[in-house]
Design a protein around this ligand. Structure first.
Ligand SMILES: Cc1cc2nc3c(=O)[nH]c(=O)nc-3n(C[C@H](O)[C@H](O)[C@H](O)COP(=O)(O)O)c2cc1C
Length: 376
């Protein structure tokens, strides 16, 4: 099957085309340091057969803290713990990339210690009831520096690649989106200027890590908002990034405000799987770098078809691997469908003490791991 054939992404050799899409785990400690629990969890993923594991979103600057106990990389103090994580994954022959994020306007106020969320423009987010403050020019350059400096730390820690989180309404995505970027300066005002943030950020990051180090980006094909990013502009962003030297694009869609669009529930037939494929096929047909498709993929058949029919070069999965970290191996051994039922219990991360498949625990009547705080 093509699904199990190797793929080259820049200088990186990936043993198959099943990628663990970035998935926040809530398993770092309160200060964002790697814990033994996180390492044990990655051991399961590393043994599970995915060609590449992308970590949960790692924080590049404290002003973008968007999820409790997310992995942090905004200070050199974090390098040792991250290195332990990488070494463990490597010891099982797996490859690992780290996703870099700044939460932008999608930061819950209780995580920001009294500070305002920052974003390109002061556009209210009804989904979390936040009106961010528009960033100053100096702040923008500081955050660009925070990304490139975090990439340097990732390289020192030994990661095989980094992925910039340019999707789902977080800071990079909010600079790219006409809905959330309403500036009229170097950073916004038209399509060219909306691109400047990711362009400067990419260039700063590339000069920090050098030409050979793989840099990917996760992008929205569509924000699913009336004034949001649409596929034609998204494609032009992808082409410009390809021209600049980005090594792969993971195609996703949506943001907090376009509720339910990123992580769709009730994927109960093959027809509902791979729900961003109409966007990835556009990227595939107009770009030459590897395109990764995420969103609702649960069947081996569908995953294989995405690759053989030219929708993507690789598929990535999040929820299915929360439930079965060894799903890639099971696929290889003949299993056809993931056990995940897309109930989205795993997304209620504020209520869970760590991210996991709640439905699996309920199905097996094993309540021992559910803390009182995780009950709705
Ligand atoms: C619990 C949970 C945490 C997630 N955390 C991240 C994240 O840190 N970064 C990211 O880009 N996407 C994140 N996602 C989105 C997934 O990577 C993926 O885009 C989405 O879930 C659709 O894929 P799936 O149908 O395979 O789950 C998360 C999804 C879930 C369910």
């Amino acid at each position: 099957m093509r699904l199990f054939e190797p793929l080259k992404i820049g200088t990186l050799e990936v043993k198959n085309r099943i990628i663990r899409s970035a998935t926040y785990e809530k398993m770092a400690d309160e200060d964002g340091f790697v814990t033994d629990q996180l390492i044990d969890f990655y051991k399961q993923l590393a043994l599970g057969g995915a060609g590449l594991i992308i970590t949960g979103n790692a924080l590049v600057d404290i002003s973008g803290y968007s999820a409790p106990k997310q992995i942090c990389i905004h200070n050199d103090f974090y390098i040792d713990g991250l290195k332990r994580l990488v070494d463990k994954v490597r010891s099982f022959g797996a490859k690992i990339a780290i996703q870099l994020v700044h939460g932008g306007r999608q930061c819950f106020p209780f995580l920001l210690a009294g500070k305002e969320a920052i974003a390109p423009s002061s556009v209210y987010d009804p989904s979390i009831n936040v009106t961010p403050r528009a960033m100053t020019d100096d702040e923008i350059w500081q955050i660009i520096y925070a990304f490139s400096n975090s990439a340097r730390r990732a390289m020192i820690a030994g990661f095989d690649a980094i992925q910039l989180h340019g999707a789902h309404g977080y800071l990079i995505s909010s600079f790219l989106s006409p809905h959330t970027n309403q500036r009229d300066d170097y950073w916004g005002g038209d399509e060219e200027r909306r691109f400047h943030f990711v362009e400067e950020l990419y260039k700063a990051t590339r000069s920090e890590v050098g030409d050979g180090f793989p840099i990917f980006i996760k992008l929205n094909g569509d924000d699913f908002l009336p004034k949001g990013l649409k596929i034609d502009e998204s494609l032009r962003i992808g082409k410009r990034l390809q021209y600049l030297g980005i090594n792969a694009i993971e195609v996703s869609g949506g943001m907090y405000e376009s509720k339910g669009s990123v992580i769709r529930a009730k994927i109960d037939s093959e027809g509902k799987e791979a729900y961003f494929k109409e966007y990835s096929i556009r990227f595939k047909s107009e770009l030459s770098i590897p395109i990764i498709l995420v969103g609702g993929i649960k069947s081996k058949n569908v995953a294989e078809k995405m690759i053989t029919d030219g929708y993507a070069d690789a598929v990535s999965m999040s929820r299915a691997l929360i439930r079965e970290p060894n799903l890639p191996n099971k696929f290889m051994e003949g299993k056809e469908k993931a056990d995940c039922i897309s109930c989205n219990g795993c997304t209620r991360f504020l209520k869970l003490d760590y991210v996991r498949c709640v439905e699996k625990e309920l199905a097996s009547n094993d309540f021992s791991n559910i803390s009182p705080s995780s009950n709705p």
